[in-house]
Ligand binder design. Sequence first.
Ligand SMILES: CC(C)(COP(=O)(O)OP(=O)(O)OC[C@H]1O[C@@H](n2cnc3c(N)ncnc32)[C@H](O)[C@@H]1OP(=O)(O)O)[C@@H](O)C(=O)NCCC(=O)NCCS
Length: 268
Amino acid sequence: MTTTCFIRPYHPADRPAIRRICIATSWMGRPDDKHIPDDWLWAEYWTRYFTDREPQHTWIVQRCNDNEIVGYLTGIADVRRFGRFVPFLLPGIILRVIRKRLMRRQAFRTALMAFLRSFARGELELPPRVEKEYPATFHFNLLPDARRQGLGQRLFQTFRARMQSLGVPGIHAETLSSNRHVAAFLRNADFRLLDVRPINTFAHVEPEPMEMFTWVMSLQGNSVGTNVAAPKGQANTAATAPCNRSVENRIPIKPSQERLRCHQNPIK
Ligand SMILES: CC(C)(COP(=O)(O)OP(=O)(O)OC[C@H]1O[C@@H](n2cnc3c(N)ncnc32)[C@H](O)[C@@H]1OP(=O)(O)O)[C@@H](O)C(=O)NCCC(=O)NCCS
């Protein structure tokens, strides 16, 4: 079924919806308490920085008929900022662990130990060069009904155009080898696979060996607009900005222009 939606900038009132969708899509696009032992911790880690510290790089997908939020993209212009923010997450995380008595749960203890082992082995570290040459990164999630309609591409184009307008040299993305549809998306969007390394964070619940893929895209040498390609096989008429005139698609998108009203130019 095709859903008619529009993409708009993030508003603080969207925060709970983003966290809900983050949990609903936590493992390969589905909720999963086998891999994710605590939903709140997952949402806190993956969304808090983006909604609270860099909200200007978050966009929302909203359904036209009932205004339901069905997806989002959270982005960061320099991933090193996230690294510096992580210590600020720790008090809330520790409080959650104590309040919910998570250490009493075997599944939580096993997951925590696996995470710490991966961390100590450097499995979660970005390959050298990536932070400097491709500092921007993003996370995007759509609820199942909103997938495969070009919304992911439009979210990503909006983010990429913003990064280009800021002069960011490149974007990277990290995916688990089992997340094949995201790999297909990134290939389709012209990302290049830079690095593959084994990762054991989920070895206690995943029988198959897993790898972490690092994908990169350079933004250097591309002027804003010309790199904002329309999805394959479509004219660039339903771009995120509320315009269908090609000349307007060549200028950097201003926040005020990003709102795509349903009656103006819906994404179907
Ligand atoms: C990943 C995600 C955001 C992609 O958004 P989307 O709107 O579904 O993707 P699009 O419709 O824009 O697809 C663009 C291209 O990506 C590729 N692609 C996307 N989903 C695919 C899938 N399930 N299988 C194969 N290719 C796929 C195709 O090449 C597609 O082009 P095409 O439709 O012309 O063939 C969305 O599928 C999603 O939210 N998935 C679940 C959560 C998730 O895994 N998030 C990523 C965490 S890193």
